[in-house]
Write a protein of this length. Structure first.
Length: 203
C-alpha cells in the first residue's frame, strides 16, 4: 500500500493519465490501492477494495448500494487555501467531485468534475490520490440512501484564475484550514490539510 511518503506528480489536460477508462474497474481499484494515504485510512481502503470485488457495477449509479466517485481539493497557486463549493443538493460546503459513471480512471473523473464545477481553466491534478472517504448520501425521491466511496485528489489552480461555478453549487469560496466550514467536519479538515501539505511540497 502507498503511504504519505509516495512521490507525487502533476498532470494536466491532454495527459494520458487523464484519459477515460470505460468500465475499467481494475484501474479504479489500482488507484485506490495506490493512494498516498496514512495508515489510519487503510481500513477505508480495504473496505473500498472489498466493495469493488463484491459489486462489479461499482463504477455506475445502477449499483444502488453505493458507487465509486472521484473528487479534487483545488488548491490556490500559493498553496495556502483550498476551494470549497456550496453543494446545492446536500446544502453543505464540499470539494468538487462526482460520479464515475462507468469511468475507471478516477483521476480523470476528479479532474473533469473539478474543471466543470469550478470553471477554472488549466487545472493540474496531483497523482496519486491523497485521501479516501466513505460517506452516506441521504435518500431522495427516486434514489435510496447509498454510499459514495470517494477517491480524493489534490489539484492546483492557475495563478489569478477566477472561479465560475456551475449550477450544481450555490456558491464558492477559498478556505484556510481554520475556516469554520473546514473545522466543523473532521473528514473535510483531514483532506484539506493533506491537499495543502502535498501541493506545498510540490512547489
Amino acid at each position: 500500500m502507498a503511504s504519505n511518503a509516495a512521490p507525487f506528480s502533476l498532470v494536466a489536460s491532454g495527459s494520458p493519465e487523464l484519459a477515460n477508462r470505460p468500465d475499467d474497474l481494475a484501474e479504479a481499484v489500482r488507484q485506490v490501492a495506490g493512494a498516498a494515504i496514512g495508515a489510519e485510512r487503510d481500513p477505508a481502503r480495504r473496505r473500498v477494495i472489498d466493495f469493488a470485488a463484491e459489486h462489479p457495477d461499482a463504477l455506475n449509479r445502477s449499483c444502488l448500494r453505493g458507487h465509486l466517485t472521484g473528487s479534487a481539493f483545488v488548491v490556490d497557486a500559493a498553496g495556502e487555501r483550498a476551494l470549497l463549493l456550496h453543494h446545492a443538493k446536500l446544502d453543505r460546503w464540499l470539494q468538487p467531485g462526482g460520479h464515475a459513471d462507468g469511468d475507471g480512471n478516477l483521476a480523470a473523473v476528479a479532474w473533469r468534475e473539478a474543471t466543470e464545477e469550478t470553471g477554472l481553466p488549466d487545472l493540474r491534478l496531483v497523482l496519486p490520490a491523497i485521501d479516501l472517504d466513505i460517506h452516506a448520501i441521504p435518500e431522495r425521491p427516486g434514489e435510496p440512501e447509498h454510499l459514495h466511496l470517494d477517491l480524493r485528489f489534490a489539484a492546483v489552480a492557475p495563478e489569478g484564475a477566477t472561479v465560475a461555478h456551475n449550477h450544481e453549487a450555490l456558491g464558492a469560496r477559498w478556505v484556510a484550514p481554520d475556516d469554520p466550514a473546514v473545522t466543523g467536519s473532521p473528514d473535510l479538515a483531514r483532506a484539506v490539510s493533506r491537499a495543502l501539505q502535498v501541493v506545498r511540497a510540490l512547489r
